[in-house]
Unconditional design. Structure first.
Length: 169
């Protein structure tokens, strides 16, 4: 049972007597041909790859969709350079996709730039930016009409169960 949705910094799921945190989600806006991905807490290689595979398997997803990947609420990044290369190789996006990766922290920005660079042969367009306004400007007409509501939409999929109780529990 989901107690809070992705617009909170931590999504908690009750699993019997145990509560686990979720570091990410995505929402597909099929009519807008757009994916809103969000990460918070500590993000790992495994969770990034899980997100890519979940999109690939989602019947509503098409590789040409645009994407906003929002990592503004991440507290730490446990992603390795080999993990970034792996993600680039398993990229579910393709020709026609335009993707804005929002990263505030220097570490997240650097790893996102590394992804952008190792993905240079990919058919999708990727740009790493520091804030939502820059992301929206770069996405241009690919940004959905309900841009200001993205953070408040119920996620289609949560990913990255950490298996640990959140602090204080």
């Amino acid at each position: 049972m989901i107690e809070e949705f992705a617009w909170k910094p931590c999504v908690m799921i009750k699993n019997g007597d145990r509560t686990v945190t979720m570091p990410g989600s995505y929402t597909i806006l099929a009519d807008a041909r757009f994916v809103y991905s969000r990460a918070w807490g500590v993000l790992t290689d495994e969770e990034l790859l899980e997100h890519a595979e979940a999109l690939r398997r989602d019947p509503r997803f098409e590789p040409s969709f645009a994407q906003l990947a929002d990592s503004r609420e991440m507290t730490d990044l446990a992603v390795s350079p080999p993990g970034v290369r792996d993600l680039a190789l398993r990229n579910p996006f393709g020709k026609g996709a335009k993707r804005a990766l929002v990263a505030r922290s220097p570490l997240a920005f650097g790893m996102a730039r590394m992804f952008e660079l190792v993905s240079h042969n990919s058919a999708d367009e990727i740009k790493v930016v520091r804030d939502l306004a820059e992301a929206k400007a770069w996405l241009g007409e690919r940004a959905p009409s309900n841009w200001d509501e993205l953070e408040h939409l119920k996620p289609d999929r949560l990913f990255g169960v950490s298996g640990k109780n959140p602090p204080g529990n």
